[in-house]
Structure formats: C-alpha cells, structure tokens
Design a protein around this ligand. Structure first.
Ligand SMILES: Nc1ncnc2c1ncn2[C@@H]1O[C@H](COP(=O)(O)OP(=O)(O)OP(=O)(O)O)[C@@H](O)[C@H]1O
Length: 270
C-alpha cells in the first residue's frame, strides 16, 4: 500500500507543482493518475521512489516513511517504467533486464535465465535477448522496459506514460498485455497518463488531476462516467463526447448499443 499524506512539492518558481495531495493506493490494485501536462503527475510518481522528495507531507509504503529508506535500495525494490524505456543502448536486452538482480546479488547465470523467462512473459521471443535496444521496435522496447521493471519481482510498479511514444495499435496491444499480466501478478501499480481512455481501461481507480496536483475527482471509471464532479471533469473525461453517449436500439429482437453519432458499436449479450 502506498499512502500520500498531504504532500507538497515546490520547485523554484511562482506556483507549487503539487500542494497538499493525499491519496491511498491499495495493495494489488491499479490506480491511474490522469491529468494534462504540468498537473504534477510525474512529480507525484517520483516521490514514491524518492527521485523527488516532497517539500511537505510524507509518502508511506506499507506504513513506512520512504524518507527512512535508503534511496538506492528503495529504487531497486520498486519497478519503474518510463515512456522512452530508459534502456541502456550498449547493453543487450538480456543484460538490461538482468542488471538490477545482478546488482542485488543474484548470480549472473540465474539472472539471465530469469530474464529470458520474463521476456516470454511480456510477449517477446527470448531470442531477442541477444539484440541491442536499437534493434527493436518502440513497442518491443517498452515490453523490455516492463520486463526489466519486473525483474526483481517488486510489489510496486510505477509507470510514467509507459505507452505514450508508440503508435495507437501497439499501444492498445501493450495495454491489453498489462491487463493480462496484472491478472497473474497482482502488483500495486501507480500509472500516470494524460490519456483518459487509457486511464479508464487500466485503472481500478482513476484520479483526475488539475493544475498543482489538485484532485478534481477520484473513483472507479464507472463512478466518474456516471457522475462527473464538475465541468472540468466533464470536459476532461469527454463524457458528453458522441462515442461515450450510448443509447440502445432493438434490431431483430437483439439490443444494439448506438453511439451519439448513431453508429452501432456493440450488441448486448443475450
Ligand atoms: N525539476 C523541476 N524543476 C522545476 N520545475 C519542475 C521540475 N519538475 C517539474 N517541474 C514543474 O512542476 C510542474 C509539474 O510537473 P510534472 O512533470 O510533475 O507534471 P506532469 O503532470 O507529469 O506533466 P507531463 O504530463 O508534461 O509530464 C510543472 O509546472 C513543471 O514545470
């Protein structure tokens, strides 16, 4: 469980990046922070692994203040996936995945064997382990990034716009893969995106942020869609967008879902 207790972060400048933010991320759940650029999402995520220390308040992992943890050990115990993979270009894929386990004492052979299994787990051919990151597609690199984050079997995964730089089809595949992985792994995932559709797809809970890390609304995707808190959330989530305003139509005895433009988008199960 991750707890943000009234955290603030002020960088030099006129406004606070985050002010008085409180949130609990329950164990084994996926919580998505969604908001536009500059709303403080990355700052909040990075407070968990102490890449940023708050200027006020505290962050707890399983009731322990992260400030009492050694930052390097803390970072190695938490999976972290970034938009651009953050892979070491001159290391093979396998070495990229096996690095942290080796640094924390796993024998090299064992770590490489485990890395191969992880590549398979994220949907890659283990033979790709011999390649260098530059010889992989963007989507494949992101899968390696996920495998690397899972290499120490962390309880917590921090994901900062991990699928932001890949094309929409690959993005959808990666999202589905993450959903599948999570049904097997049950990690505590804190996921950052500016894409509300991604947030609704992946989040058990979604936190909509406005400037300064202010929570505009939090809840399950269904709760937010059913009752947007205000015009900001209404606009951000696009609840009034044609593709979200579904209605029903009877055709040949079956009930069809139709979007706001009149386009049939699905059929209700009998
Ligand atoms: N190292 C820094 N020094 C000064 N200001 C910073 C620093 N990091 C972030 N900020 C500022 O803090 C605010 C929040 O930034 P943050 O990166 O957390 O937002 P974000 O929601 O993740 O944005 P994006 O989606 O663009 O990544 C922004 O106004 C940003 O300019």
């Amino acid at each position: 469980m991750i707890e943000f207790e009234s955290v603030s972060k002020t960088y030099p400048g006129p406004t606070a990046a985050v002010s008085e933010f409180s949130l609990t991320v329950p164990s084994h759940r996926t919580v998505v922070l969604v908001g536009s650029s500059g709303s403080g999402k990355s700052t909040l995520l990075r407070m968990v692994n102490r890449m940023v220390d708050p200027t006020g308040g505290r962050v707890l992992i399983d009731d322990e203040d992260v400030r009492d943890r050694d930052p390097v050990a803390l970072r190695r115990s938490i999976g972290y996936v970034l938009q651009n993979g953050g892979l070491m270009p001159h290391w093979t894929v396998l070495d990229n995945v096996a690095t942290v386990p080796v640094l924390t004492g796993t024998p090299k052979r064992q770590a490489r064997l485990a890395a191969k299994e992880l590549l398979e787990r994220v949907g890659l051919d283990p033979a790709m382990g011999r390649r260098y990151p530059g010889q992989l597609s963007g989507g494949q690199q992101q899968r390696v990034g996920v495998a690397r984050a899972l290499a120490t079997d962390p309880n917590i995964l921090l994901m900062d716009e991990p699928f932001g730089a890949v094309d929409p089809i690959m993005r959808r595949e990666l999202q589905e893969e993450l959903l599948r992985l999570q049904t097997e792994l049950h990690k505590t995932i804190l996921f950052v995106t500016h894409d509300i559709d991604e947030a609704f797809l992946l989040g058990d809970e979604v936190v909509v942020l406005r400037e300064g890390g202010q929570i505009a609304q939090r809840g399950t995707p269904a709760e937010i869609l059913a009752a947007p808190a205000d015009d900001f959330v209404r606009g951000f989530t696009g609840v009034d967008r044609a593709e979200r305003t579904l209605s029903t139509m009877e055709v040949d005895g079956r009930t069809i879902a139709v979007d706001g433009t009149g386009r049939p988008v699905g059929v209700f199960a009998p």
